[in-house]
Design a protein around this ligand. Structure first.
Ligand code: PMP
Length: 300
């Protein structure tokens, strides 16, 4: 990956190469940390972070779920993110805040471990490559059961589930995996939520087993503003394969049209009209070109 200048670590900027941790860092062993994935875009008025407050709120919710007390306020972390972009002179890119349990104590009960916070930023273009559409394969793994972990929190350890599914599709001719939930319904991708279009209506799986995506929320608002009916409902694998259009949403992938699920072509393998329309509005919204969505931007 490309190296930038500085990483924010526990309230101070350190050189990129010096942002190091001890090998007995608690989170490294057990996955008990939380993180966020945020994007910044270049607009006509300079660089702006997309939906910063919502991402920071989710970070605090994830920490609360794991009983981690973040030693900074929401405001302090928002400011630190803007400063990290500035000091690295990054105009557009990805922002990764992580809250983790540091060195000091081993054992599964983390109480008493020091809490550390880091923020790194880097350029990151198309997450799933430059192809216009992606092919997805239903994974043999199911999305984490909501009674096995706190599935709606962005907990580091939860992502082993996503890693396994990503390894499964690697070299298979597919671009990304798709998880079903413990009831056999469509859940989400390893790092994306999913939507389908049927008869000009938009459907997406309900909250419960999935990460409540901030892009998912933006798309629901955009679609409603476009006059589309949006409904959260359980979707079977058969139903999604018979959809008119299907797409992923996520901070990293943005709006990503799906052309194939397993062996089934969606919309004959082409981007659907509604997907295209939502993608265009999203791309304009993140770059400050639609006044009613400018409230979603925090300028650096
Ligand atoms: N699901 C999972 C499992 C994810 O990791 C992500 C990425 N954060 C998403 C969905 C999409 O969420 P968002 O739109 O907030 O990036």
């Amino acid at each position: 990956m490309e190296e930038l200048k500085k990483i924010w670590l526990d309230g101070k900027f350190v050189d990129w190469q010096e942002a190091k941790i001890h090998i007995l860092t608690h989170t490294l062993h057990y996955g008990g940390g939380v993180f966020e994935g945020i994007r910044a875009y270049l607009t006509e008025k300079g660089t702006a972070v997309f939906r910063l407050s919502q991402h920071i709120k989710r970070l605090f919710y994830s920490a609360f779920a794991l009983e981690i007390k973040i030693p900074f306020s929401e405001e302090e972390l928002k400011k630190a993110i803007l400063e990290t972009l500035k000091i690295n002179e990054l105009k557009e890119g990805y922002i990764r805040p992580i809250v983790f349990l540091g060195y000091g104590k081993m054992g599964l009960n983390p109480t008493g471990s020091p809490v550390q916070v880091a923020i790194a930023v880097w350029p990151w273009d198309a997450y799933l490559g430059e192809k216009e559409t992606v092919k997805v394969k239903i994974s043999k793994y199911i999305r984490i059961h909501p009674l096995s972990t706190i599935a709606d929190a962005k907990i580091c350890g939860n992502y082993v589930n996503s890693i396994l599914a990503s390894l499964e599709v690697k070299n298979s001719g597919f671009d990304e995996a798709l998880f079903l939930d413990f009831e056999g319904n469509v859940a989400e991708g390893p790092g994306e939520n999913i939507f389908m279009v049927k008869n000009k209506k938009l459907f997406t799986p309900p909250l419960g087993t999935i990460l409540p995506g901030i892009t998912r929320d933006s798309v629901i608002k955009i679609a409603k503003d476009l006059g589309l009916l949006v409904k959260e409902k359980k979707i079977s694998p058969q139903e999604i394969k018979e959809a008119d259009e299907v797409f992923f949403t996520g901070t990293a992938v943005e709006i990503c049209p799906i052309s194939q699920i397993d062996d089934t072509l969606i919309n004959q393998g082409r981007i659907g009209k509604i997907t295209k329309m939502i993608k265009e509005v999203y791309q304009k919204a993140v770059r400050g070109k639609i006044p009613k969505y400018s409230k979603w931007l925090t300028f650096v």
